[in-house]
Design a protein around this ligand. Structure first.
Ligand SMILES: Cc1cc2nc3c(=O)[nH]c(=O)nc-3n(C[C@H](O)[C@H](O)[C@H](O)COP(=O)(O)OP(=O)(O)OC[C@H]3O[C@@H](n4cnc5c(N)ncnc54)[C@H](O)[C@@H]3O)c2cc1C
Length: 379
């Protein structure tokens, strides 16, 4: 069975390919992989270059500075982007471009849009996400960080955790409890938090790959203007679901295509070592990567697909990524341990079945919402 979907728009494809070839230069993904200020500089310089040529925010509507690409052209752009080995889309610009910006477009005020959207598109401001708290990850509605309304300000106290790039970010998508005494998903607000405000402490957390991509963030009487609330005050749950919808769907096309490139690289390096015992495994991975691509393209091309395609795609991606990076290590054997980027990617892949909703949570959604199985008991 041929799972490759051919999208016929050759003139656009050649235009994208030519621009990438002429502009990629020495931009290196390695800088981005290790995080820190160097990663921010590399990622934002690259985004500024894309922006100047009209290739930033390709999926955003034109009226907000994007390219307004059709779903088919969006796929072509990402195909060419990953084939050209452009910097990984999962850098510090990811949150701004792929979910903070789109959330502001969907739910923000005109003032919020006109201030923030151009800065996100040009790489002038970096965003992070402050949803998870200790004890409130999968069960996000149990979050406890509060924002007390005092005149025209919110006074925020509490703690967030696992906030990716919080140490580099200028702004945060902050989800807090603003209605005193409210429970679960009621009484929350989605707020734009300026990360330079007094009372904010960011403490990076090192992961098992030895890098600090994420951080704990503490809020001690942080005063945020009420005008920074996105959507209505106390209606943050609906805004957060909009954000998660963007995070779990089209935002990840580039990451999935990167997986296909990794599989093809593995096949090439295995071919250079005659006698490798992994050919069956590699053939399976190639087929699975093609199946994931087909599933994603179908969801994107079918006018956004169903609201739950994101969980199917996210789960398939996460588990496949782990198998691919494990096979990469097997392909090279003991020598793999000397390959810094390969070991790094292998260790990082463990986080795939946790970030953006764990594999168990995605399975619950698929079971209940797609297969119609009984709901698990709710607290
Ligand atoms: C690399 C990475 C980047 C991240 N970036 C961000 C970020 O930028 N911003 C942010 O806000 N958060 C971020 N997160 C946090 C992420 O969203 C949470 O880790 C995730 O939602 C899980 O929450 P938790 O860690 O509290 O685990 P828990 O929710 O405590 O889960 C612990 C275990 O219990 C299982 N479990 C929990 N509930 C159920 C259930 N109902 N049914 C079956 N099993 C269940 C889980 O699957 C898991 O195995 C990031 C996480 C990672 C790994």
């Amino acid at each position: 069975m041929n799972l490759d979907i051919e999208i016929d728009d050759n003139s656009f494809r050649l235009r994208a390919r030519a621009w990438l070839r002429a502009n990629l230069g020495v931009t290196s993904s390695d800088n981005i992989r290790h995080g820190g200020q160097t990663a921010r500089k590399t990622a934002t310089q690259w985004l500024a270059k894309c922006h100047a040529a009209g290739w930033s925010g390709v999926a955003w509507p034109r009226e907000f500075g994007g390219q307004g690409l059709s779903p088919a052209r969006l796929i072509i752009w990402y195909e060419e982007y990953t084939r050209a080995r452009a910097p990984s889309a999962l850098d510090c610009t990811f949150v701004g471009l792929n979910h903070a910006g789109p959330t502001l477009i969907a739910c923000g005020s005109d003032t919020q849009k006109s201030f923030h959207l151009p800065r996100i598109l040009s790489g002038k401001s970096i965003w992070c996400q402050g949803f998870s708290e200790p004890g409130s990850g999968s069960d996000l509605a149990s979050l406890k960080t509060t924002g007390k309304v005092e005149d025209d300000m919110l006074v925020v106290n509490g703690q967030k955790i696992w906030s990716t790039c919080a140490d580099l970010a200028d702004y945060q998508e902050l989800l807090i409890r603003t209605e005193p005494g409210s429970k679960r998903h009621r009484g929350l607000s989605w707020v734009i938090c300026d990360m330079t405000l007094p009372g904010i402490t960011v403490r990076p957390i090192e992961n098992m790959a030895g890098v600090s991509h994420f951080a704990e963030v503490f809020y001690d009487d942080v005063r945020i203007p009420l005008s920074n609330v996105v959507g209505a005050l106390h209606d943050g749950w609906n805004v957060a679901m909009t954000t998660l919808g963007f995070e779990r769907k089209t935002a990840a096309i580039a990451l999935q295509l990167e997986l296909s490139v990794t599989v093809e690289d593995l096949i090439t390096s295995a071919q250079a070592q005659p006698g490798t015992a992994l050919s069956e495994q590699l053939a399976d991975l190639r087929a699975e990567a093609a199946a994931l691509r087909a599933m994603t393209y179908r969801a994107v091309l079918r006018d956004g697909g169903t609201p739950f395609d994101g969980s199917l795609i996210r789960l398939t991606f996460a588990e496949l990524a782990q198998r691919i990076h494990r096979t990469a290590i097997d392909t090279l054997g003991a020598e793999a341990l000397l390959d810094g980027p390969m070991v790094h990617d292998y260790l990082e892949s463990y986080s795939e079945t946790i970030a953006g909703g764990t594999a168990e949570i995605q399975r619950n959604i698929i079971a209940e919402r797609i297969l119609g199985l009984p709901r698990e008991p709710r607290a």
